[in-house]
Design a protein around this ligand. Structure first.
Ligand SMILES: CC(=O)SCCNC(=O)CCNC(=O)[C@H](O)C(C)(C)COP(=O)(O)OP(=O)(O)OC[C@H]1O[C@@H](n2cnc3c(N)ncnc32)[C@H](O)[C@@H]1OP(=O)(O)O
Ligand SMILES: O=C([O-])CC(=O)C(=O)O
Length: 439
């Protein structure tokens, strides 16, 4: 029998802990950066202050997961039988351990998640009682928060566990959370968009995470949609540690709040329109643009429509980024999928035209640091193509993926014994004194 994920992580842990210990012992007092007052007032942009093992973002090249680019991951990670896109299970394994799992290990992980997928009745009841006009992300956050009741971490802490055990309970809670997300998400979907007239089918215990997500939503008969979801979930998992959902999960976890409460915090951050909700906003924007320009996708018509958005003081959703300064490789991976599977889709043609036109129009403003598209400018058109039309649901799918990245790091946080996070703040008056300014 090959090693399970938990065994693999546990086996590597002593060596990883030693690396950190040695690094800090020999170099702990070295200066790694300085900060300006503008950075303090500017959303901490560029301030190096976090440890995140799973992925590192380069502003020109984009994300690397444990040193591997997206094209490398697409080739190297195990696939479903007959599939061509990577299984998110493999990426979770890579993020947590730094190793590419074997096919057998990935199948074991799929089976483990499927086995943990049942929802407790109180969570089903809670979701069913939500008003249909409560945003699906708020419903998801409620359901994840409610799972706190079953947190093995919180129970063990209350009993008085040893610090050395933190990571094991965090691992168990994280695995349970990930496993339950497709059932939670699809229950919300059926309630809100099918008025509760349908319910999700049962999880197929011998199938993978993305298959079950698509199947429970009600689209299991569209094979290409399942392939898309394997890619989609893989691409949305992790984007180093400073983005809002990752940082929020990490911050709340640092107080030893359970993985349930920490993930809910991350999801609440993901729900903002400048972060994960941008996938919903982007598709809504495309539809408004289509209604405005009709069949006229000329450069002039699209330019005018973008200008009208910008001049009304709104952002162009799906464009720009706090760190990236090039087109997001996650956008490019989705574009490549679209070119292969839906090259003639009319909305994809609009997305492509926008890709050609928008950067120059954004540059006209003279303030946008990155005028190129990010992941959220492309995901919606793919979902629309396969019939998942309800844009208010899109960020829930993002969340079903982002959980994998932020929980992998949460397990590492507890395994490394990271302390409570508590940076220092000052008032404007105090900052002014520090830089010898008169107010
Ligand atoms: C998964 C993700 O979270 S990816 C990001 C998803 N979010 C979006 O796509 C929303 C649209 N984009 C944006 O709002 C921004 O580009 C962000 C939030 C992603 C990054 O924000 P920042 O790091 O502050 O960007 P930047 O330094 O380029 O901002 C400078 C100015 O350009 C503006 N700007 C940046 N992007 C855009 C855009 N797409 N449309 C219009 N204006 C923009 C900012 O609002 C800011 O204006 P201000 O000085 O008047 O406040
Ligand atoms: O990195 C960021 O700030 C936002 C982003 O693209 C993500 O979280 O996926």
């Amino acid at each position: 029998m090959p090693k399970t994920l938990k065994e693999t992580f546990a086996a590597k842990l002593p060596e990883e802990l030693l690396k950190v210990k040695e690094l800090r012992k020999n170099h702990g007092s070295k200066v790694v950066g300085e900060i300006t007052l503008d950075q303090v007032y500017g959303g901490a942009r560029g301030i190096k202050s976090l440890v995140w093992e799973g992925s590192v973002l380069d502003s020109e090249e984009g994300i690397r997961y444990r040193g591997r680019t997206i094209p490398e991951c697409r080739t190297q990670l195990p696939k479903a039988p007959g599939g061509s896109e990577p299984l998110p299970e493999g990426l979770f394994w890579l993020l947590l351990t730094g190793e590419i799992p074997s096919e057998q290990q990935v199948r074991m992980l799929s089976a483990d998640w499927a086995a943990r997928s049942d929802l407790p009745t109180y969570v089903v009841d809670l979701i069913d009682r939500c008003p249909q006009d409560l945003h699906p992300m708020a419903q998801l956050s409620l359901a994840v928060t409610a799972l706190e009741r079953d947190s093995s971490f919180a129970k063990a802490y209350a009993r008085g566990m040893n610090k050395q055990e933190y990571w094991e309970y965090t691992f168990e809670d994280s695995m349970n959370l990930i496993a339950k997300l497709p059932s939670i998400a699809s229950r919300i979907y059926h309630n809100v968009f099918r008025q509760g007239k349908t319910t999700p089918v049962a999880v197929e215990k011998d199938k993978d995470y993305a298959f079950n997500l698509v199947n429970q939503l009600g689209f299991g008969d569209i094979e290409d949609f399942t392939e898309l979801m394997r890619l989609y979930v893989t691409l949305h998992t992790d984007h180093e540690g400073g983005n809002v959902s990752a940082h929020a999960t990490h911050l709340v976890g640092s107080a030893l709040s359970s993985p349930m409460l920490s993930l809910a915090a991350g999801f609440n951050g993901l729900s903002g329109p400048l972060h994960g909700l941008a996938n919903q906003e982007s598709l809504n924007w495309l539809q408004k643009a289509k209604a405005a320009v009709g069949d006229d996708l000329s450069d002039q018509a699209i330019t005018a429509y973008i200008r009208s958005t910008l001049s009304s003081g709104q952002v162009l959703p799906g464009y720009g980024h706090s760190i990236l300064r090039k087109t997001d490789p996650r956008y490019l991976a989705q574009r490549e999928f679209a070119l292969r599977h839906l090259p003639n889709d009319p909305l994809f043609k609009l997305v492509s035209q926008l890709y050609k036109i928008a950067p120059a129009v954004l540059k006209e403003q003279g303030k946008v640091k990155n005028p190129y598209p990010n992941i959220d400018a492309h995901s919606g058109v793919l979902l629309q193509h396969y019939g998942l039309k309800e844009t208010r649901f899109y960020t829930v799918l993002f969340a079903c993926s982002r959980a994998l990245g932020v929980l992998a790091q949460l397990i590492i946080d507890r395994a490394y014994g990271f302390p409570i996070e508590r940076p220092k703040s000052y008032s404007t008056e105090a900052w002014a004194r520090m830089v010898k300014a008169k107010l």
